[in-house]
Design a protein around this ligand. Structure first.
Ligand code: SAM
Length: 247
């Protein structure tokens, strides 16, 4: 089919084909509602630069879904439904598609920008989602807060900061034994710079999964960091420090 003639429903079919994920009808409907709410809200507030049906379906939804094998792998290691925090979620990526596709997970969508979280609160309410909430603030502050620090089985982040900075945002939130997955484009140069920070913060590089986003020529890398030790109390440092002076 000519992409110009494709409707949102066609693009969601395409996401299903490209991912190999069977999306049950109610989930598909929720996904479509989320996308339509995002497009409507984006006309008034800046939530995302990518707002056409194809862009949202492929570059936001399908891209977020590339984390599903890791979510499932971690879930297989845990007796309870896993807890997940999306650090710098923006308009809900990757956290919202992951919640819709794996509804048993408990999810925190964290961001420093309140207007994006207000939009996500309306989505949570409209779709009547359970076990998902937004948290407004800086990741560095979340990482020192009881109830968030060391509490998550899985932290994820896309397009938030370079890996050496991001490690200080994400690793403190993960429990020992859990995973922090940083979604990157083609960041071959990022690991050597981040290795020291990851070690200081109690992490270890488990894997770098590299692939092309299906149906596109976009390179993707998933940095999988396993938390092997408790993060020392000195970290995360006060808000802004990681960015100005990465470990
Ligand atoms: N993850 C989303 C995506 O891939 O579409 C949003 C990416 S957007 C480029 C980066 C987001 O990270 C912004 O919404 C910003 O407010 C948030 N952010 C950046 N630094 C942060 C920090 N230290 N703590 C919390 N949120 C942060």
């Amino acid at each position: 089919m000519n992409p110009a003639d494709m409707t949102l429903a066609d693009w969601l079919d395409r996401v299903g084909e490209l991912s190999g994920e069977i999306m049950p009808l109610p989930v598909r409907e929720q996904m479509a509602t989320f996308i339509q709410m995002l497009q409507a809200a984006n006309r008034n507030i800046n939530l995302t630069a990518i707002a056409d049906d194809e862009g949202i379906a492929i570059r936001h939804i399908l891209d977020s879904m590339t984390l599903l094998p890791l979510v499932d792998k971690l879930q297989a290691e845990c007796p309870q439904p896993i807890s997940l925090v999306d650090v710098g979620t923006g308009a809900g990526f990757p956290g919202m598609p992951l919640k819709l596709l794996r509804p048993a997970c408990s999810v925190v969508l964290l961001d420093a920008l309140a207007k994006r979280l207000r939009f996500l609160d309306t989505v949570i309410e409209q779709l009547r989602l359970d076990n998902i909430r937004t948290w407004h603030g800086r990741a560095e502050d979340a990482g020192r807060e009881d109830g968030l620090r060391g509490r998550f089985d899985l932290a994820v982040a896309r397009a938030v900061a370079p890996l050496n900075v991001l490690a200080e945002y994400g690793l403190p939130l993960v429990r020992t034994g859990g995973l922090f997955v940083a979604m990157k484009g083609r960041p071959e140069s990022e690991w050597p710079l981040a290795a020291r920070a990851v070690k200081i913060l109690g992490g270890e590089l488990e894997d770098i999964r590299q692939f092309t986003l299906p149906g596109t020529d976009m390179q993707r890398s998933l940095f999988c960091l396993r938390k092997v030790r408790t993060t020392p109390n000195a970290y995360p440092r006060k808000a802004g420090k990681a960015e100005k002076q990465p470990l």
